[in-house]
Design a protein around this ligand. Sequence first.
Ligand SMILES: [Fe+2]
Length: 381
Amino acid sequence: MARYAQTCPIIYGVGTIGVLGEEVKKLGCTKVMVVSDANVSQLKIYAKGKQSLLDAGLKIIEFTKVIPDPTDSIINEGGEIARAEKIDGIVAIGGGSPMDAAKGINVLVNNPGQVNQYFGNPFYTPGVPVIMVVTTAGTGSESTSIGVITDTVNNVKNSVLVNATLGILDPEATLDVPPEMTAATGMDAFAHAAEAITAKVPNPKSEALSVEAIKKVVANLPLAMDDGTNIKARGDLLVASNFAGIAFNDALVHLGHAIAHSAGAKFHVTHGVFCALALPEVMKYAATVDGEKVKIVGEAMGISFSGRESAKEIGTMVAEAIRDFLKKINIKSVKALGISRNDFIAITPMIFQDACYNFVPREVTKEEVEAILGAIYDNYQ
Ligand SMILES: [Fe+2]
């Protein structure tokens, strides 16, 4: 049985940051917390968003302390301010980290205590409207029901269950993203799509959106890295990220994200980089479950198959094509990130603890995971 849903409405287009204030007002908000980070809050797009809110007559409280992979302590601090200031709306301006932080803060607005007690718990008093202005094309957090938060008590990634109320996808908001971050975030979106296609319980909507997302990433990521001001490529990547977000919100991501979360918590490297590095071997693994699904990933990348390939061959072909693409967009190998092979394989137990492991299409043994991690290390230099 497949089941799929629709999440929050999206406003898409160049210059749509200009309607932010009016849209927030339409949602009944009068005093909003603007959640962002030190980098984005210095950008023109942040100033534009703030101005739009002020022009609409809204009162604002700024919370720009969010760090990459936001921690529970930062969310708790934001939550306390939100409660004390009696805000009635939250506007995130940023990439995955500010968006996820906004979700975490929203859990605390109308509930006591710390965010940690709400990890994985959908039973809390609902918060306030959350509006997301997306500045990186990767997480698709505007269209997913979870906010990923670093749990510093257990040193793992954990999550809150929250939907955004409205997303604004303005390609101009992503123009300042440097090439390296453009590559990492784009590959996060690619991984969401590829894992959604090969999910434990796939569904037709997720598959259609994922295929389109992969096509757009493959066609546009190199263009946006060569010329960051290419507004068409930036727009297509934002749409790809959003489509992949909608797709994996239903079909869910699996082994690749269990690996990426574990490696990210241990080695503190950008999430999308580990998603990218894990993906070739994860596609080989997925081909042992259903080669035809991995073929769909390959076809979206532009590979033509004769129809006579075995599932194993399909897995190998898709893995190779992904590795070639990673080279093209300058993704560093695990070794080049300064991680030893032994340290990398030592994350194995963490992978089984990660929430995404629950959604793997086929259970794997400890030895299999160790072999997959070894292959990630050895097969991409
Ligand atoms: Fe991701």
